[in-house]
Design a binder for this molecule. Structure first.
Ligand SMILES: *Cc1c(COP(=O)(O)O)cnc(C)c1O
Length: 218
């Protein structure tokens, strides 16, 4: 079973008690749990996402994946790591050595520098993303649109105003005010009725987008 918290696209987070249920479920059904913990370091307001591996019994049933893509803004550099159950990691290693030939050494060196260097860098990123988040949440609320404040990850996930279809809403934003959002249905049928804003551009440009949204006549 693959899980991903904090989640992309919804920015949903879970508490340790959820992972305790996951461990019990995995034991009962004899399955392996793979937790994709990509956004564990992009957290706000003093919230700390739990690691699946801190759950009692987790290393018996699963592994956790991390990537340097988001924590260190190394997206596309293709470097990450997996920790957890030794037997499952052995299996993953066997597959990996047969499908690729390892990470380019310069990227490995950069990864070492990121992980062993000053950790005020992820802290700076957290501040930057939090500022962007506040611009978007504030802007949407000023329009009277409903939106939850994400505790982690760099997405704002919100219900499409006035119950519009997510694809139609995204097209209208693009054509009428020149803003791009991702229609929720692109992530599967359960995403219908929602849209996602990625906080991957600077706060000034996000503020400009919030201004433009005022021009949309729904
Ligand atoms: C960005 C992201 C990853 C990271 O993928 P890389 O291949 O390491 O860049 C993994 N899972 C989710 C949910 C993501 O959003």
């Amino acid at each position: 079973m693959y899980l991903n918290y904090p989640n992309n696209p919804t920015a949903a987070v879970v508490g340790g008690e959820f992972f305790a249920k996951v461990v019990a479920f995995a034991r009962r059904h004899g399955i392996i749990v793979c937790h994709d913990a990509m956004y564990s370091e992009l957290r706000f307001d003093g919230y700390t996402p739990p690691s699946f591996l801190e759950t009692p019994g987790a290393t018996e049933v699963g592994v956790e994946f991390h990537s340097l893509s988001k924590t260190y803004s190394m997206t596309g550099w293709r470097i990450g790591f997996c920790v957890g159950n030794a037997r499952y990691l052995g299996g993953l290693g066997k597959i990996k050595t047969n499908v690729d030939s390892g990470v380019f050494q310069a990227v490995q060196e950069a990864g070492i520098a990121a992980l062993t260097g000053p950790q005020d860098i992820p802290e700076q990123y957290r501040r930057i993303y939090q500022e962007r988040r506040d611009v978007v949440v504030g802007g949407l609320r000023a329009l009277g649109w409903e939106v939850d404040v994400p505790k982690a990850a760099f997405f704002v996930w919100a219900p499409v105003p006035k119950g519009l279809d997510s694809r139609a809403f995204a097209s209208r934003l693009l054509e009428e005010v020149g803003c791009v959002v991702t229609p929720g249905v692109g992530f599967g049928p359960s995403g219908e009725g929602f849209y996602r804003v990625a906080l991957t551009i600077d706060a000034k440009r996000l503020a400009e987008a919030m201004q433009r949204l005022k021009g949309l006549k729904l």
